[in-house]
Design a protein around this ligand. Structure first.
Ligand code: PLP
Length: 386
């Protein structure tokens, strides 16, 4: 059997046609017709107030940190179980990440532990929607309101996923999306900042355009443009936006396909959960996820590593996930003493992600499930072919 990778970038529709259009239009830098189409599409489809494409979710998080006016010593509450950019964007401006433990069921920030971490220096809470399953946003927004804090959603994995009928990324003051090739809707590298609090709109445009009021100039609102604030270059080129627009248009098709793959894993592995061999993901009723990830949680780190090795030996690339940021070299330098991250440490050691990508076929998936049964020496129940 051919090897099964963990992820595989794909094209689904008009990507290459759009890129040709962008080339022939004579406008290849940022904010051309395809960038505008992407903005409008995301705003309309997800009910977002205003959206700006960025070159990455990392870029969107960095813009968010500038918009929050992060100053040295400000504290930002976030999970340690996340990607580096969640923390790094704020640390760049001298903020101190304050690690909050996660929930064992969803692996999201444990909203019941946030309030005890708030101090006079706290400025922002960053919920990360792990695997596109929503954090408890009602509780988090309520805490933020009572303590006068800002909420930045790291919705990198959560494009086209929702919480109580609202799309993720549109609930906090700002939201950050990723279109990296490892996500669901892709453009190689790519991201977007979702601006839900209108007060941030004008400054966001300036920060994204190297600290200039170029966007206002192009709209004819000022008669020349100049350097008015700090900023950087966060725009993607039209080549990237052209690719992305084709993917956005097929976003629901991507979701449906991935959810099918996700359900096959869930149903296929349910017996092993019932036998107590592993744990499957939990999706709260109010959350519609986008099947960004399929993970299983093993009983111990040793058990997890053995299964991972077994799968890799048999040509299936299964991978663990975040090394908690508090235990990374940089995390240790910032805050050597961290306690009470019990669930974070446990999940990080025991979680294993299985291959999931648009073109994963039923035959390949059947093989993966069979290998996991073999590993546990449990006879697989032959049902209908996937
Ligand atoms: C992928 C990811 C990012 C970074 O996205 P880029 O677009 O690669 O910068 C940030 N946070 C989380 C939770 C992610 O999964």
């Amino acid at each position: 059997m051919n090897k099964i990778p963990f992820n595989k970038p794909f094209i689904i529709g008009k990507e290459l046609y759009n890129i040709a259009q962008a080339v022939f239009s004579g406008h290849l830098s940022g904010d051309g017709q395809f960038t505008k189409k992407c903005h409008e599409w995301i705003e309309k489809k997800y009910g977002a107030n205003k959206v700006l494409l960025t070159h990455s979710c990392t870029g969107a998080l960095e813009m968010a940190a500038i918009l929050c006016n992060i100053q040295p010593g400000d504290e930002v509450i976030m999970p340690s179980y996340t990607f580096v950019s969640t923390a790094n964007a704020f640390v760049l401006h001298g903020a101190v990440p304050v690690w909050c433990d996660i929930r064992e069921d969803t692996k999201n920030i444990d909203e019941s532990k946030i309030e005890s971490l708030i101090t006079k220096k706290t400025k922002v809470i960053v919920p990360v929607h792990y695997a596109s399953v929503a954090c408890e946003m009602d509780v988090i927004m309520d805490i933020a309101q009572r303590h006068n804090l800002l909420v930045i959603e790291d919705a990198a994995q959560a494009v086209n996923a929702s919480y109580k009928g609202r799309y993720l990324g549109t609930i906090g003051h700002l939201g950050c999306y990723s279109f990296h090739e490892t996500k669901n809707i892709i453009s190689g590298e790519g991201g977007a900042l979702v601006i839900n609090d209108q007060n941030f709109e004008r400054r966001a445009e300036i920060i994204r355009e190297k600290g200039t009021n170029r966007s206002q100039f192009f709209r004819g609102q000022v008669d020349k443009y100049s350097w008015v604030d700090i900023g950087s270059s966060y725009l993607p080129s039209e080549v990237v936006a052209a690719f992305l627009y084709a993917q956005l248009e097929e976003g629901d098709k991507i979701n449906t396909k991935r959810l099918g793959i996700w359900r096959n894993y869930y149903n296929g592995l349910k017996l092993l959960e019932d036998l107590g061999k592993l744990k499957l993901p939990f999706i709260p009723l109010e959350c519609e996820h986008n099947a960004h990830m399929f993970y299983i949680v093993l009983k111990s780190e040793k058990n997890r590593n053995k299964l991972m090795d077994y799968l890799v030996e048999h040509g299936v690339k299964a991978v663990f996930h975040y090394i908690p940021l508090h235990s990374s070299p940089m995390g240790q330098k910032i805050q050597p003493n961290t306690f009470n991250l019990f669930v974070t440490n446990k999940v990080s050691g025991c979680l294993l992600r299985l291959p999931i990508f648009y073109e994963l076929n039923g035959y390949e998936q059947g093989k993966i499930i069979e290998l996991i049964y073999d590993f546990f020496k449990v006879a697989i129940k032959k049902t209908d072919p996937l």
